[in-house]
Ligand binder design. Structure first.
Ligand SMILES: Cc1cc2nc3c(=O)[nH]c(=O)nc-3n(C[C@H](O)[C@H](O)[C@H](O)COP(=O)(O)OP(=O)(O)OC[C@H]3O[C@@H](n4cnc5c(N)ncnc54)[C@H](O)[C@@H]3O)c2cc1C
Length: 132
């Protein structure tokens, strides 16, 4: 789990997902021009923008927690190995929909889906039935 601190006031308690923005080099971050179009330094194709799940969010909007599955060859895995407390992280979001409840539920997924499955399970009523 990593904790990202900053201004997350745009993230409601229901915020589900965001994208890490992993660019071609340190320094230049995407910016919006006067028309609202995002300008990606080096072009959008050179940016790695994997989606992640908000595992937990501070009610005051000062931090979010993220569970990241570490796997060989992953660019985020490599980045995490080099990252230190205090480094800047760019992200976009939030996005995604809150899972709906139902009389009976089934959640299937690989390790990367565990955070969203956990979020969904937390929201279920006490008498919910199903499998995860
Ligand atoms: C809506 C949504 C929410 C997500 N939430 C989370 C989350 O909370 N936590 C989380 O860890 N992931 C989450 N993921 C998955 C994550 O976005 C992907 O695993 C992403 O590719 C990770 O980027 P990377 O830099 O680690 O790997 P990349 O650099 O994109 O991939 C490098 C290599 O690793 C392989 N690879 C990619 N993912 C995996 C994997 N899971 N297992 C084994 N090999 C892999 C690729 O095929 C490629 O060969 C989510 C995905 C979606 C769609």
């Amino acid at each position: 789990m990593i904790r990202l601190t900053g201004d997350f006031s745009r993230f409601s308690p229901d915020a589900m997902h965001f994208r890490l923005l992993y660019g071609p080099g340190a320094g230049d971050l995407p910016q919006c021009d006067e028309t609202g179009t995002t300008i990606w330094p080096g072009g959008i194709d050179v940016w790695h923008r994997p989606p992640y799940t908000v595992r937990a969010i501070d009610p005051e909007g000062d931090w979010i927690d993220v569970d990241i599955f570490i796997h060989d060859g992953g660019r985020v895995t490599d980045w995490l190995a080099r990252t230190q407390v205090g480094d800047n992280v760019a992200l976009s979001g939030p996005g995604g929909k809150t899972p709906q409840s139902a009389p009976r539920v089934a959640y299937l997924g690989d390790e990367t889906a565990l955070p969203v499955v956990a979020r969904a399970l937390e929201r279920l009523p006490q008498d919910a039935r199903g499998v995860a």
